[in-house]
Design a protein around this ligand. Structure first.
Ligand code: GLU
Length: 427
């Protein structure tokens, strides 16, 4: 599963995520020379679909599910973005996440727009067969909006390669032939790309490496804390140790956190979580809460779970030197401003976690050519793409008071606005 599990004792903030996305947009847009029409257009999604569909459950009953797909902007190419299966999914979140996908594909400069979707459901309550029926039924509803040159979904929170395979197959049934490129994050046996599984975390590690170089920080032996142990968090921990030589001293998931000042053997943690579902029950190490993890004395803090876990309330107590936002929207606007004021280097989510969509784009390219790359080629190309995006963002940061969020966001808006202008949609 992509982005990690829900975290305990992290109170979800009663804020509209989409309002937060619009505020981020407004702050960055203020630095740019955009016409009022362009501004108004870019702060709203272009297309949205809400669907309601019945699914026959294993016990013979019928349950009704709600799903969404928001295509935020397709000026730069087909819209792209994940599907979340989450009990708290709602159109407001999906809008925000679709906006972030638009800025994300633009900031790493891949020829795609942004979208997001999801189904309101709790995968833990569904059998595999029920999960398959929900996945297929969703595609029957939103399939009319999808297409390899229209809109291409991918995995996200609580969805995975198997779900992508069912969806790709259902789409093939509708079309009468298979189009692998209509969805990414597929199993490798069915047109998936090598290196997609850990791509989000790996991309984040490449960017941390670049940021550390620039800060004069040696990552070897640097203390790292990772919140979330889902598909992103578990690879962030292992790759943090294996690629960067970091000492991973704290990890957490929905069940709480664990701390070991000497650094964990992250492979062992990974295997433990694979066997037991949660990492928080790992018998060695001191128990800590998710809230404590955020405030630990570390060099690198990696929030890789839910939105809004760092807020104006706890941001003043963040002690890390570098915060790498591997989740989508883990820090509120106020929290980011406080941390940047305190001299903490923040790598904003739209850049930090773009590795997943970059390798999704590589998957689309490989599907189009029906020619598959080896994993080293995927890693090298990902490194090149995301490191170049970091360098551009960093070089432009002085124009934006050295605020990395503003710089990344503005860079992205500029690119989308240029495409909109060149198409002749807005002046
Ligand atoms: N769900 C991932 C994200 O939030 C990847 C999206 C994709 O690969 O299209 O970036």
């Amino acid at each position: 599963m992509e982005i990690a599990r829900m975290t305990e004792n992290v109170v979800a903030q009663p804020v509209s995520l989409f309002e937060m996305a619009q505020k981020q947009f407004d702050q960055a847009a203020a630095y740019l020379d955009l016409s009022p029409g362009m501004r108004a257009f870019l702060r709203e999604p272009m297309r949205e679909l809400t669907v309601t569909f019945p699914v026959k459950m294993d016990d013979g009953s019928t349950r009704v599910f709600k799903g969404f797909r928001v295509q935020y902007n397709d000026a730069r190419g087909p819209t792209k973005g994940g599907l979340r299966f989450h009990p708290h999914e709602n159109i407001d979140m999906v809008r925000a996440l679709a906006a972030w996908m638009t800025w994300k594909t633009a900031v790493v400069d891949i020829p795609l727009g942004g979208a997001k979707g999801g189904v309101v459901c709790d995968v833990k309550e569904l059998s595999q067969r029920e999960l398959e029926r929900v996945s297929r039924a969703y595609v029957r509803q939103v399939g009319r909006l999808l297409g390899l040159d229209v809109d291409v979904p991918a995995p996200d929170m609580y969805t995975n390669a198997q779900i992508m395979a069912w969806m790709m197959d259902e789409y093939a049934v509708i079309k009468g032939h298979t189009e692998f490129g209509v969805i990414t994050g597929k199993p490798v046996e069915l047109g998936g790309s090598l290196g997609r599984e850990d791509a989000t975390a790996r991309g984040g590690m490449y960017v941390i490496r670049e940021a550390a170089k620039m800060l004069g920080m040696d990552t070897a032996g640097a203390k790292m804390a990772v919140q979330g142990f889902g598909n992103v968090g578990k690879y962030a921990a292992t790759l943090g140790e294996e690629l960067l030589g970091c000492k991973v001293i704290a990890v957490a998931d929905i069940g709480g956190g664990i701390y070991n000042p000497k650094g964990f053997d992250t492979r062992e943690l990974f295997n433990y979580a694979m066997r037991h579902g949660l990492v928080s029950g790992y018998p060695e190490g001191e128990r800590i809460s998710n809230a404590e993890l955020i405030e630990m004395d570390v060099d690198i803090l990696v929030p890789a779970a839910l939105e809004n876990v760092i807020t104006a309330e706890n941001a003043p107590r963040v002690r890390a030197r570098l915060v790498a936002e591997l989740a989508n929207g883990p820090c509120t606007l106020e929290a980011e401003a406080i941390m940047q004021d305190n001299g903490i280097y923040v790598i904003p989510d739209i850049l930090c976690n773009a590795g997943g969509v970059v390798v999704s784009y590589f998957e689309m390219v490989q599907n189009a050519y029906d020619y598959y790359w080896d994993v080293l080629e995927v890693h090298e190309r990902l490194d090149k793409k995301i490191s170049a995006a970091f360098a551009t963002m960093h070089a432009r940061a002085p124009e934006f008071n050295n605020d990395t969020r503003l710089a990344a966001q503005a860079l992205a808006i500029e690119r989308v606005a240029n495409a909109v202008r060149l198409r002749g949609w807005c002046d």
